[in-house]
Design a protein around this ligand. Structure first.
Ligand SMILES: C[S@@+](CC[C@H](N)C(=O)[O-])C[C@H]1O[C@@H](n2cnc3c(N)ncnc32)[C@H](O)[C@@H]1O
Length: 442
């Protein structure tokens, strides 16, 4: 008997994808939803859910134009999922499935989910395929249909980045590159590119320890991953550790990584220098991932689950030479990697996150030794979590107490042409970095 697993029917994947889209629309994170999907179908459901959420604005606009009154939620979720997957592919890309296969399988999924709505789903999807050009053109005349983000998000990006807003929103619907950080203790980007090529995997070096793959792959296929030679980390995220270390950290300098989980930047710091790192995170479960990451890479830090704002509960009173504050944020710079984020966030969330970031900055600054440095980072493109946050912080400090390093990158935008490598790698994630120095006499 052949013991190969039977191929999973597309209708089965569409059913789970529609459930995931429904859950995201009800406010649940896609990561959590996918964790509950049976492992055998999870990669397929993830791929379909990512595509569906990147076209959800357009699919909703078409469904509204075709059906008027919204159908029951379960029917609607399957419809918008199928419409998103039937959307014309971007130039240079192919549709994931032929139209007729997708429509047939969506109808099969409707038989299982909502038998009473089978005829309706069938008729609506077939009409969409027949009239696709006109219906898509009409949907793309609405902002949500054109950019596939909620209106408040579109307006915010337009206000804050008047020259780049359309590219920013369009790029957020693209598939992100897979980028590796080569462990500086073990190898170099050039050696890694050769090792990948030997396995038939095309890649190019973006810096001494940064490698971008031509095609993403599961980490288990990366040569040297299990042995700690490489990690997956975006090029913009790889700016943090070199910025904090700069030219000036002595061996065994005391470093606080205040929001450390899952540990990408903690590990990078330790790969680059001999440091005494305290890695803190408020979420004990996420902190366990820092332990796993460091173990794989053969690195060591002190780990502590605590709220960084409540230093009385965890600080031993000895000042830090350097602090990395990679603060919780909206993640608006990494929407390509998490296409659910835009549909989950609410405008009030940005204000609440900015308040937490300000509290973290104010609580951690006194823990920094005179002459020490603090790197504030967020993976956000919103000014309230970036430049405006730092301007307000500097205003709260007495003159001369804190100064912003003129070489601070500021906002790095997630665009293909966001500057030469070394300033920001092309197609890297959106980030904000501010390197602050504490006056040596304070
Ligand atoms: C952007 S992530 C950090 C990513 C991490 N630096 C890395 O490179 O892998 C933000 C982290 O801050 C943590 N966090 C949120 N509020 C916190 C607080 N008050 N104190 C400490 N950690 C906090 C979250 O649990 C989350 O793991």
């Amino acid at each position: 008997m052949n013991d190969r697993a039977a191929p999973v029917a597309l209708s089965h994947l569409l059913h789970h994808t529609a459930e995931a889209v429904l859950a995201v629309q009800a406010g649940r994170s896609l990561t959590d939803v996918l964790a509950a999907v049976p492992a055998a179908v999870r990669p397929g459901v993830q791929a379909l859910a990512f595509e569906s959420l990147r076209r959800l604005g357009g699919a909703r606009a078409v469904r509204a134009a075709m059906a008027g009154k919204p159908p029951p939620r379960e029917v609607d979720a399957l419809l918008v999922t199928a419409l998103a997957l039937l959307w014309p592919p971007a130039p240079g890309r192919r549709a994931m499935y032929p139209d007729h296969t997708l429509v047939d399988q969506a109808v099969q999924a409707a038989h299982r989910r909502t038998p009473a709505a089978v005829g309706f789903v069938n008729a609506l999807l077939r009409r969409f395929v027949r009239e696709r050009e006109t219906l898509v053109a009409a949907a793309e005349r609405t902002p949500e249909g054109a950019f596939n983000h909620p209106l408040w998000w579109i307006e915010r990006v337009k206000r804050e980045w008047p020259a780049q807003w359309q590219s920013l929103l369009r790029q957020a619907n693209e598939r992100p590159p897979m980028t590796l950080r080569v462990n500086a203790r073990r190898s170099t980007a050039e050696a890694c590119v050769l090792r990948l090529a030997a396995q038939g995997m095309a890649a190019r070096a973006l810096g001494p320890h940064c490698v971008m793959l031509a095609e993403p792959c599961p980490v288990t296929q990366l040569p040297g991953f299990a042995e700690g030679e490489v990690s997956v980390q975006d090029a913009a995220a790889q700016r943090a550790a070199p910025l904090l270390i700069g030219q000036g950290l002595a061996p065994r300098a005391r470093v606080l990584d205040a929001c450390a989980a899952p540990g990408g930047k903690t590990a990078h710091l330790l790969e680059l220098a001999e440091l005494d790192v305290l890695a803190l995170d408020a979420d004990a479960l996420r902190l366990a991932r820092v332990r796993d990451t460091l173990a794989r890479l053969g690195l060591a830090a002190t780990l502590r689950a605590a709220d960084a704002r409540r230093s009385a509960e965890w600080w031993d009173g000895r000042p830090f030479d350097a602090i990395l504050l990679d603060a919780p944020c909206s993640a608006s710079g990494i929407v390509r990697r998490h296409p659910d984020i835009r549909w989950l966030r609410r405008p009030d969330d940005i204000d609440a996150l900015a308040r937490t970031q300000a509290e973290l900055l104010d609580a951690l600054w006194p823990l920094l030794a005179p002459g020490g440095r603090l790197l504030y980072a967020t993976c956000s493109i919103f000014q309230a979590e970036g430049q405006r946050q730092i301007d307000a912080f500097l205003q709260r400090k007495p003159p001369g107490g804190a100064c912003l390093d003129p070489a601070s990158p500021g906002h790095l935008l997630p665009l293909p042409d966001n500057g030469p490598a070394g300033v920001a790698a092309p197609s890297a994630d959106g980030f904000f970095y501010a390197l602050l120095h504490k006056n040596p006499s304070r």
